[in-house]
Every structure is written in structure tokens, then in C-alpha cells.
Ligand binder design. Structure first.
Ligand code: ACO
Length: 330
């Protein structure tokens, strides 16, 4: 028996934040942002929308497309770095309540942009061990809530959104999640950090004054490690599954920066028409980035039943991971 990627759904908030809008807020330009990141637009949630609201919308679509009753879901794993509440309750519990699903395991995981791939790894183990039958996996972010719109090094990159998938079981290897790799190196924890509000620097007037509740990023250092791990990851997962890049139908990397994707794509020999690119229109939506990209490919008829997807991610922690997944939505 194998774990299987049964469906996909996503939610993109209506409100757009363009490079030209950002020009009015910080010292930047449309030209710089496009050249250095490839991003043109990102979407921003309304003030009254929390991460759980974005997640709920994506989840409804994923459940419908999986063609199962919501009560057949027996676990929800939600990856986010912008939870509704800092410590508790988990955003997964709130989404379960919004969906009207009771008495199931529901929890959040924190692995920044790698959160969706990390969650897939957990869901795969739950299904293959027989512990769970249908796991709803969600990546959802309202990054605008933790972005400092005075910091041009971060605010031009991040956007909001959510993606969700139902992971079920199959006897058919052509519908299987073949492999997931997930890793980390805490030595680099300072490169991407939201320093204030946790047990290290509890919320205080001082942390507020120093704006420690916003994300901080050492962009250039992060960039250099990202291209390395993203490339090495793919080489390793293909090697251990006796595959080559030509066996992959869709390369779906984390949408952080077009230059990172281009570097990795060229290094690994993935043609552009097999690479899913959404960074220009959504920016970097952290844990939501990969499921949003999968959904985009599906809705644009660039992904069909049986296609082999190679997911490749990288984020704060530092964390990274990759996955070889057959798309099993008919
Ligand atoms: N507009 C104009 N100029 C800018 C901007 C901006 N928005 N941001 C930085 N600059 C300037 C800098 O001040 C610097 O100026 P200087 O040369 O006069 O000192 C110059 O541009 C170059 O700065 P770098 O930081 O070296 O720019 P870089 O080319 O590295 O691009 C970026 C910055 C886009 C952040 C890039 O480093 C990047 O994408 N990093 C990786 C991000 C990532 O993958 N994060 C992981 C996932 S996110 C997560 O897990 C939540």
C-alpha cells in the first residue's frame, strides 16, 4: 500500500500588491524587483482574514476534488509560519472547526517554506503505517502580518495565500508518493528569523519598539545556501530512486526568487516548459508556495493524472526537502 496525492486546491486573496505600489512605500523600483527576483505582483489578505481563513478556502476545494466526505479525513497537518495565534490554539484546529470536522488529530508544523514538503513526509508515514486513511495537508500563510513594510529587503518578496491537498492510499504505484526527503541545519537559524514574541525575547515594549515581531532575512547569504541545497537535494532524491531529470514530468520548486529557480533548473537540466513558475504573480508565499504552484499547474492543464512531480524546497530554519510524487487526481 502506498500514500497517494489525491487532490489539490488553493486560495489566492483578491487584493494585489504590485511593484509599483511598493515603490510608493519603500526605496525600491519595479525594475530592481523584477530583475533581482522575477516578482511582479503578490496577493495580500484582507485585515479581517486570518491564515485559517485562507487555509479553509483551499481545503474546501481539495476535499471536493478528492471526492470524499469531509468526515473521512482523520488528520489535518497545517504548515505555516504565520499562524492565527502565536502559541495556541493551532491553526489546524481552527481549520478543522471551520470545516466542521470533529475529533480528529490536527496540528501545525513549523518548517518555514519547507513546511508543505515536511507535512507530506508525515502524511506519507501516517498512511503507509495504517495509522490514518485520509490526511488533509495544508500550507497557508498570511505573511503580510509579519512583514515589515519598511524593510525593502523582505517586503518586496513575500505574499499571502494557501494550498491544500488530500493524501489518501492506493495499491497502484503509478499513483504513489514515491519518496520524500526533509532536512535542516540549525546553525543557520539567524539567517531567517522572527526574533520577538517567543520565549527567547518575550513580547514587551522593547521588542515592539525594535520591530522584532517581523521577519528578518539575510537575503544574500540565504540565496547562496538555497541554490546549493536545492540542487543537491534533487540529485540525491533522483539517485536513490534510480531516476534522471528526464523522467520528471513537472519540476515544482519553491517559488522564492526566479534567479534561484533558473540557477537550479539549468544546473539540473530541467527544460523551462517542464518547470512550474508562479513567482512572478504570487511572490514567495512560504509554506503555501508549492501547493499553490501545483494547483496553478493543474488548473492551467499543465498537470495531469499520473504525472511525476518533483517538489524541491528551501526555507528558514534552515530547512530543505524534496519529494517525488505521482499526481493522482483524475
Ligand atoms: N530595492 C532596491 N534595492 C535593494 C532592495 C530593493 N527591494 N533590496 C536590497 N537592495 C539593495 C541592497 O541594499 C544592496 O545595495 P548596496 O549594494 O548598495 O549595498 C543591493 O540591492 C544588493 O543587495 P543584496 O541583498 O545583495 O541583493 P540580492 O541580489 O541578494 O537580492 C534578495 C536580495 C531578493 C532578498 C535575494 O537575496 C533572495 O531572494 N534571497 C533568498 C530568499 C530566500 O530564498 N529565502 C528563503 C525562503 S523564505 C522563508 O523561508 C520564509
Amino acid at each position: 500500500m502506498f500514500a497517494s496525492f489525491k487532490s489539490i486546491g488553493s486560495y489566492i486573496p483578491e487584493k494585489k500588491l504590485t511593484n509599483f505600489d511598493l515603490e510608493k512605500i519603500v526605496d525600491t523600483s519595479d525594475e530592481w524587483i523584477k530583475k533581482r527576483t522575477g516578482i511582479k505582483v503578490r496577493h495580500i489578505a484582507n485585515h479581517d482574514q486570518a491564515t485559517s481563513d485562507l487555509a479553509y478556502e483551499a481545503a474546501k476545494i481539495a476535499i471536493k476534488r478528492a471526492n470524499i466526505d469531509k468526515n473521512d479525513i482523520d488528520a489535518i497537518i497545517l504548515a505555516t509560519i504565520s499562524p492565527d495565534y502565536l502559541c495556541m490554539p493551532s491553526t489546524a484546529c481552527i481549520v478543522a472547526d471551520k470545516l466542521g470536522i470533529k475529533n480528529i488529530m490536527a496540528f501545525d508544523i513549523s518548517a518555514a517554506c519547507s513546511g508543505f514538503v515536511y507535512s507530506l513526509s508525515i502524511a506519507k508515514s501516517f498512511i503507509e503505517s495504517g495509522l490514518k486513511k485520509n490526511v488533509l495537508v495544508i500550507g497557508a500563510e498570511k505573511l503580510s502580518a509579519i512583514t515589515n513594510y519598511k524593510d525593502r529587503g523582505t517586503c518586496v518578496i513575500f505574499g499571502d495565500g494557501a494550498g491544500a491537498a488530500v493524501i489518501g492510499k492506493t495499491e497502484d504505484k503509478n499513483e504513489a508518493i514515491l519518496d520524500v526527503m526533509a532536512s535542516s541545519d540549525g546553525k543557520y537559524s539567524d539567517l531567517l528569523i522572527t526574533p520577538g514574541g517567543g520565549s527567547k525575547y518575550p513580547a514587551s515594549n522593547e521588542t515592539l519598539k525594535k520591530e522584532m515581531h517581523f521577519m528578518r532575512m539575510a537575503g544574500n547569504e540565504t540565496f547562496k545556501i538555497a541554490v546549493k541545497t536545492l540542487t543537491e537535494d534533487v540529485i540525491e532524491i533522483l539517485r536513490r530512486n534510480n531516476l534522471t531529470s528526464s523522467d520528471v514530468d513537472r519540476f515544482i520548486p519553491h517559488q522564492a526568487n526566479y534567479r534561484i529557480i533558473e540557477y537550479v533548473r539549468n544546473k539540473l537540466d530541467f527544460p523551462k516548459n517542464k518547470t512550474v513558475l508562479t513567482v512572478a504573480k504570487y511572490g514567495n508565499t512560504s509554506a503555501a508556495s508549492i501547493p499553490m504552484a501545483i494547483n496553478d499547474a493543474y488548473e492551467n492543464n499543465n498537470l495531469k493524472y499520473g504525472d511525476l512531480m518533483l517538489l524541491d524546497t528551501f526555507g528558514g530554519g534552515l530547512t530543505w526537502g524534496s519529494a517525488l510524487v505521482r499526481f493522482a487526481l483524475k
